[in-house]
Design a protein around this ligand. Structure first.
Ligand code: PRP
Ligand code: URA
Length: 217
C-alpha cells in the first residue's frame, strides 16, 4: 500500500521495496535510456495495481468448464493520458495491466525561462468523460503541467481523474491539491525541493531527455 504524506492529503507515496529499488537505478545518472525506459514501465505497472484498487466493478456471469458462476469486471472504461513527451515512458507499463484502456494524448511543454506550461496538443477518446482518466507523467515539479492537463480533462467533462508520477516536488504536490483537491496523485518519491531552474532535487534530471536520448553535451 502507498503511504500517506500528511502534509499532502491527496498524495500517496509508494514505499514498496521493489519500487524504491528500481527508482534508485532510475535516478542514477549512468543508467542508459534503454534501462531508464524499461524501469519506468516496470514501476508504472507496479503502481497501477494500487491506483486501480478503488475502481468500480459489476457482477457478470462467467461459464467455467464446470458451471456458471458470478465474477466481477471493471464497470467503466479507463483512459490513460500521458503528458507528452515524458509521460509516454510509463504508458506501456500501465497498458500491460489495462490492455483494453484507451490512450488520450496531451502535449504540454514547460517554457524554459518562465517554467510555465505551454499547451500544444490534445486528442482524447470521444467518451473520455464516461470513465476513469489516469494522467501519466514521471515528473511533478511546479505542478503547472499537471494542473493544465487536469484542467483540460475537466473541461471535456472528466470527473474521475488520478495521476501517476515517479517523483513529486513538494511545490507540485501542494499546487495540484490546491487547484484540484479531488485528484489523487500517486508517486514513488516526494523529493526535497525545486532548484532555481525549477528542477526537482535530488530528482533524476530531465526525464524526457533521458527517455528519448536527447540529453545535450
Ligand atoms: C517535464 C515533465 C513534466 C513537466 C513537469 O516535461 O515531463 O511534463 O516537465 O514540470 P512542471 O511540474 O513544472 O510543469 P517537459 O516540459 O520538460 O517536456 P518533455 O516531456 O517534452 O521533455
Ligand atoms: N521536468 C523534468 O524532466 N525534471 C525536473 O526535475 C523538472 C521538470
Amino acid at each position: 500500500m502507498p503511504t500517506v504524506a500528511h502534509e499532502f492529503p491527496s498524495l500517496r507515496v509508494f514505499d514498496h521495496p521493489l519500487v524504491q529499488h528500481k527508482l534508485t537505478i532510475v535516478r542514477d545518472r549512468r543508467t542508459s535510456p534503454a534501462d531508464f525506459r524499461r524501469l519506468l514501465n516496470e514501476i508504472a505497472g507496479l503502481m497501477t495495481y494500487e491506483v486501480s484498487r478503488r475502481f468500480d466493478t459489476r457482477a457478470v456471469a462467467v461459464e467455467t468448464p464446470l458451471e456458471v458462476t458470478e465474477g466481477r469486471q471493471l464497470s467503466r472504461p479507463v483512459t490513460l493520458v500521458p503528458i507528452l513527451r515524458a509521460g509516454l515512458s510509463m504508458t506501456d507499463g500501465v497498458m500491460q495491466l489495462f490492455p483494453e484502456a484507451r490512450v488520450g494524448h496531451i502535449g504540454i511543454r514547460r517554457d524554459e525561462a518562465t517554467h510555465r506550461p505551454v499547451f500544444y496538443y490534445a486528442k482524447f477518446p470521444h467518451d473520455v468523460r464516461d470513465g476513469y482518466a489516469i494522467v501519466i507523467d514521471p515528473m511533478l515539479a511546479t505542478g503547472g503541467s499537471a494542473c493544465a492537463a487536469i484542467r483540460h480533462l475537466k473541461d471535456v467533462g472528466c470527473r474521475d481523474i488520478q495521476m501517476i508520477c515517479l517523483v513529486a516536488a513538494p511545490e507540485g504536490a501542494r499546487r495540484v491539491h490546491a487547484e484540484h483537491p479531488d485528484v489523487m496523485v500517486y508517486a514513488c518519491a516526494l523529493d526535497r525541493e525545486l532548484d532555481a531552474n525549477a528542477y526537482i532535487r535530488p530528482g533524476l534530471g530531465d526525464a524526457g531527455d533521458r527517455v528519448f536520448g536527447t540529453v545535450e553535451g
